[in-house]
Write a protein of this length. Structure first.
Length: 380
C-alpha cells in the first residue's frame, strides 16, 4: 500500500517515468512562463527564441534531435534497471504513443508529452496520492498515463485526490516572476509576450507542481514564487493541516525546489549554496547543509543553437535517495559524488546525459510510492 512521508526512508516501491516519444517542446505561453528563468546559453540569456503562441501546433514545435531522445530513453531504462537491482519494486506509466492526438482545453490546444518528470504533477503524502494542478498545457493530461497505477493503489487502500484543475487560459498565469527577471537577469532576456483575454478566463488560477514541495515527515515546505503558487500552497495547507505543518518559502527558485535543496536524512540537507539556510523555516535552519562544489562545465554535453537548454547546471543536485545512507547520482557529477562519499553516503553513479534538455534529474524522473517508515516529527 502507498506510504511515503519523506525523501530518505528505505525505498521499497517507486514509479520510474517514460521517455518514449518525447520528440519536441511546445513553444507557447505556458511553456515560456515556466522555463523563463532557464532559457540561457552559458551566462547570457539569449533572444533567439521566436515566440509562437497563437500559431498552429506544428509551427510551434521545437524539435529535439533524435539522438538525444534515443539516448534519453536509454538512460531512463538504465535508471529503472539500477533501482530494481536494489530490490525495489519498479512501476512504469503507460507509454505515450507515437504521433498522439493533441489535447485541448477551452481556447487552447497542445501536443502531449510522456510521463517522464513524474514528481511534477503528483505529490504523495503518506497514503494519499494528490494530483497537482499542471503549469504547462502540454502536460495537462499527463497523469492519465499514470491513472491505471493510481487506480490499483486506490484499490489497495490509498486515498486519491485531485487538486482543482486550472482552465489555463493566457490570463490564468501570474507573470510577475517572469517580468521581474526580465529586468534583473542582466542580459537580453526574451520578453514574455502579452497574454490575450478570452471568454473562458477565470483570473489567476491555482497552479502548483509537486516538485515545489519538500516532504520532511510532519513538516512540508512549499516554494512559492507567484500568486499561482500561493493559491496552491493555501489549498495544500488547508487540506493537510493539522496532521502536517505546511510551510511557505518565498522565491527560493522560480518553481521547483528539488535542484535547490533535498533532504538526505534527518538533520541533513543537500543544498545548492549555504544561503538557502536563510530562506528555510526557523526549525530547519540548524540542520546540516551539505554544499557540493559548483558544477563542472566539462561534465555536460556541448549543445548548439538548435538545442533548447531548459535547466541550470545545478540539475545534478536532483538525486534520488534509496535509503538514509545511499543515493543515486549522475555519474558525470564527480564533485558531488566525492562530496557525498566524504560525508559517509554510499553513492551509485548512473548515466544521465541530457538532463538539461529535458528538465529533470533522478528525483524528477521518479515518484516514490512506498518507503519503509511512518510519520515522524523530526523537529522534536
Amino acid at each position: 500500500m502507498v506510504s511515503t512521508y519523506n525523501e530518505w526512508d528505505p525505498l521499497e516501491e517507486v514509479i520510474v517515468g517514460s521517455a518514449k516519444n518525447y520528440v519536441s517542446h511546445d513553444r507557447e505561453l505556458s511553456f515560456d512562463v515556466f522555463f523563463h528563468e532557464n532559457l540561457f546559453r552559458s551566462d547570457w540569456a539569449y533572444p533567439r527564441l521566436q515566440q509562437a503562441t497563437g500559431k498552429p501546433i506544428d509551427q510551434r514545435a521545437w524539435q529535439i534531435a533524435s539522438r538525444y531522445t534515443e539516448e534519453l530513453a536509454e538512460d531512463v531504462e538504465q535508471l529503472a534497471q539500477t533501482i530494481s537491482s536494489f530490490g525495489v519494486r519498479v512501476h512504469r506509466p503507460i507509454e505515450l504513443p507515437a504521433d498522439p492526438e493533441p489535447i485541448a482545453g477551452f481556447g487552447w490546444q497542445a501536443p502531449p508529452i510522456p510521463a517522464l518528470n513524474l514528481r511534477d504533477n503528483t505529490l504523495i503524502v503518506g497514503s494519499e496520492i494528490i494530483e497537482t494542478p499542471p503549469a504547462i498545457r502540454s502536460r495537462y493530461l499527463e497523469t492519465r498515463l499514470l491513472a491505471k497505477l493510481y487506480a490499483e493503489f486506490f484499490e489497495e487502500g490509498a486515498t486519491w485526490t485531485t487538486m482543482p484543475r486550472p482552465v489555463l487560459t493566457d490570463m490564468s498565469f501570474d507573470l510577475s516572476y517572469a517580468r521581474d527577471t526580465e529586468t534583473s537577469l542582466g542580459g537580453p532576456t526574451e520578453v514574455i509576450e502579452e497574454p490575450h483575454a478570452g471568454p473562458y478566463d477565470v483570473g489567476v488560477e491555482m497552479i502548483l507542481d509537486g516538485a515545489q514541495a519538500l516532504r520532511l515527515g510532519r513538516d512540508i515546505i512549499v516554494n512559492v514564487a507567484n500568486e499561482n503558487h500561493r493559491k496552491g500552497y493555501e489549498w495544500l495547507r488547508r487540506h493537510l493541516e493539522p496532521k502536517h505543518r505546511v510551510h511557505m518559502v518565498y522565491r527560493m527558485s522560480d518553481n521547483h525546489i528539488d535542484s535547490m535543496i533535498l533532504a538526505l536524512r534527518p538533520g541533513v540537507f543537500l543544498a545548492r549554496h549555504d544561503g538557502i539556510r536563510d530562506l528555510m523555516p526557523e526549525r530547519f535552519k540548524n540542520w546540516k547543509y551539505i554544499v557540493p562544489p559548483p558544477p563542472d562545465a566539462a561534465s555536460f554535453p556541448c549543445y548548439d543553437d538548435g538545442d533548447l537548454v531548459l535547466t541550470s547546471p545545478y540539475i545534478d543536485l536532483n538525486v534520488l535517495s534509496l535509503s538514509p545512507d545511499h543515493v543515486l547520482v549522475n555519474q558525470d557529477c564527480i564533485g558531488l559524488i566525492r562530496t557525498l562519499e566524504g560525508e559517509g553516503f554510499g553513492v551509485t553513479p548512473v548515466q544521465h546525459r541530457h538532463r538539461r534538455l529535458f528538465g529533470g534529474g533522478f528525483h524528477c524522473f521518479t515518484l516514490d510510492t512506498v518507503r519503509r517508515g511512518g510519520l515522524v516529527d523530526y523537529t522534536e
